[in-house]
Write a new protein. Sequence first.
Length: 375
Amino acid sequence: MLLRVLIFLAIALLLFLPFNWITVRQLARIHPRRKRWIVATAVAGNLMWPFFPLLRSFTDFSRLARAVLGPLWFGWTCFAILYAVFIFLVLLAWIPFRRRAFADFARWPSRVFLFIVAIGCVIGYEQALVPLRIERVTMRVPNLAQPVRLVLMGDLHVGLFTRPSRLEQIFATASSLRPDAVLIAGDMIDDDPHFVPKLLAGTRALSASIPLYAVFGNHEMYGNPFTTLDRMRGSRIRLLVNEGVSVRDLWIAGVSDPDAKRLPDAKQLVPDLGKALAAKPSASVPIVLAHQSRILAEARKRGIPVVLCGHTHGGQLGIRPWGLSLAGVFDPYDMGHYDVPPTQLYVNTGTGYWLFPFRLGMTPEITVVELRPGA
């Protein structure tokens, strides 16, 4: 395991080191008076590298290192890549004016870029921590005898700096929507089972009369899913691991996460939709709750009318009214409602954030899913 981690780090350093070098060198060249600040920021942004091998140790020290240095590393790495690309574009624009020193030519464009990044970070930070958007979607479901209201959330990523008051707000809001059930589409915790009690404490804000179901996400698999499973057993959250549950006329089939395939001795955690549907009453209408939309292909083959998932976060960057998100570059099902006959898919863009507290244009979401009888 340690050898694999070291190989990964070596490859990552080879990939990211050039962006670091270009960004630091050009910033210091273009803004020489700020050289000390530039170097200090770059050092802070790279302090995480020596601690990567410790991340899976799940100690108090590793949790603190990840929570404090992880966001700095991620933020700096994203900035370094963007700034290196930006400087390359400025270089192309400078070529017709190359009699003028490049540093002088690039100074004002660089200032504008840095100003936009700074403003974007402030707004993105506020949007990650303060608003809570309620999205509503209505789906017509064949053979459904009566309406069912579900509240869908996902990607809470409960960790060291997750505020208990924020979790209470999320579950109190879900409760106020008066659903027949609340569903969590995976990534409840940020890898470490240590944070399960904090998550469960937040669920106290949800009315005891409302059932709460969840599935595993990839981040539970990155941690210790068996410990997470043990700590959730008998708790307020009923974890559906390739099993289902009845809610009115529905059979909610909860499917585990595909990243279980990477784990040794975790055969029972590998996604198995057939197993999740096995106990379904004949009169019930099946829907699927999963973390990733990869389950869609099998759900369509089985004629399942609805799939609910999360995972993408909408890339934590986008323009929601236009249906644009950073995640859309990598995933055809990045956010919102999709009609893919005979199945309807809904992708929740996340109720929390991952690692870096930043969600620009893609505010945290709770989804009210109204299922109505009809074709």
